[in-house]
Design a protein around this ligand. Structure first.
Ligand SMILES: *Cc1c(COP(=O)(O)O)cnc(C)c1O
Length: 358
């Protein structure tokens, strides 16, 4: 299997090897050490402040989104949400579910966020800003510097869902004054699903501390207290935490987060150049490096996603064809992939083309 889907992604041999071991008991000093090291490495890679803290929550990425909404906000907040696709809409739904007052900036599917769109909300009574910095459903990456400036100017708490963007696009919690970053184990971290990672700035921590969360499992204060000694209130996805540890150390040993981001940038650019030889196009001007959304110049009557999977064992992600008829697929650049893997995909497409299927 060659997997270009948008999570779970291809894992390294080292991560796979850890996955094949027996699950160890976790209330041990050894396991606490691993968790504490993960926290340190995550803070380093997010350029987070010394005072920030990291939560490793067992659940998928959406557990990270929902628990953040529950723990960071309350009925005194008014949250502005960028809504340009499925994940933006999920934040809107979560805020509504938890009675958090919110408004959304509607961005057309596949379009960039412009400063005109953003500054329509300048000087209003919002308290916080929520954004899925890569809206994975379309591949759009919103301008984080622009959002950061807007939030600084309006004194808004900035919460970034970087679940697909972390390690693919640059992000700096300190310089960009980001208060919460949410990510997950199964995207560019290239581990199995199971752990959502929430990093909180000092300001976000203050909010959490003064908030009351009506949940036992999702209570950040409980997680933060346990986290001081490298533990979690309940049984975590232990193996995934061990795999994250190996992966984070590997990134550090290979030169750190900037080197890893550059590797993904190069891989994305390599694919975007190679796909040009087909009657396809990469239309979006603000794509994340995590994903390339490919459109066809004409509407195709073949399902390339199915053919690639069933006949070539190559997995790409489907397109939202309810929204865009000529969008054919999304190709991920996250995880253990190389330019040679891009060639394998390109050659399969050439073969399908030679067969006269498009
Ligand atoms: C993958 C993803 C999520 C989380 O999805 P889960 O299925 O809950 O892991 C959230 N936000 C974005 C932007 C994503 O790409």
């Amino acid at each position: 299997m060659l997997n270009f889907a948008l999570g779970p992604v291809m894992s390294s041999d080292l991560v796979l090897e850890i996955g094949s071991q027996q699950t160890p008991y976790f209330r041990t000093p050894e396991f606490s050490q691993v968790t504490l090291e993960n926290e340190k490495l995550m803070k380093e890679m997010l350029y987070a402040d010394e005072d920030s803290r990291v939560i490793f929550l067992t659940g998928s990425g959406t557990a990270g989104m929902e628990s953040t909404v529950m723990n960071v906000f309350n009925e005194e907040d008014k949250v502005l949400i960028v809504n340009g696709g499925g994940f933006g809409q999920r934040f809107v739904d979560l805020c509504k579910l938890h009675n958090i007052d919110c408004e959304d900036i509607k961005v057309d599917f596949g379009s960039c966020l412009t400063s005109e769109m953003l500054y329509e909300y300048d000087g209003k009574d919002f308290t916080a800003f929520l954004v899925n910095i890569c809206e994975t459903s379309s591949g759009v990456h919103y301008d984080l510097d622009m959002i950061s400036e807007f939030c600084k100017k309006n004194n808004l708490l900035l919460v970034v869902d970087a679940i697909s963007s972390f390690l693919a696009d640059p992000l700096n919690m300190t310089e960009q004054k980001i208060d919460v970053v949410i990510t997950g184990s199964q995207k560019a971290l290239a581990c199995p699903p199971g752990i959502a990672i929430i990093t909180l700035s000092k300001e976000a921590l203050k909010r959490v501390e003064n908030n009351s969360c009506k949940s036992m499992y999702f209570d950040f204060n409980d997680m933060l207290i346990n986290g001081v000694r490298g533990q979690t209130p309940f049984t975590p996805a232990i193996t995934v935490i061990l795999q994250l540890n190996a992966r984070l150390k590997q990134i550090k040993n290979d030169g750190g987060v900037d080197v890893e981001v550059q590797r993904v940038v190069d891989l994305a650019n390599d694919f975007r150049t190679k796909i040009e030889e087909f009657p396809f196009e990469v239309r979006c001007k603000c794509l994340s490096n995590a994903v390339t959304t490919v459109h066809s110049k004409e509407i195709l009557d073949v399902n390339l996603v199915e053919i690639l999977k069933n006949e070539y064992d190559i997995w790409v992600s489907t397109a939202r064809d309810d929204l865009s008829k000529d969008m054919i697929f999304r190709v991920g650049h996250m995880g253990d992939l190389t330019p040679e893997d891009n060639d394998t995909l390109i050659n399969a497409l050439k073969d399908i083309q030679k067969r006269g299927l498009f």
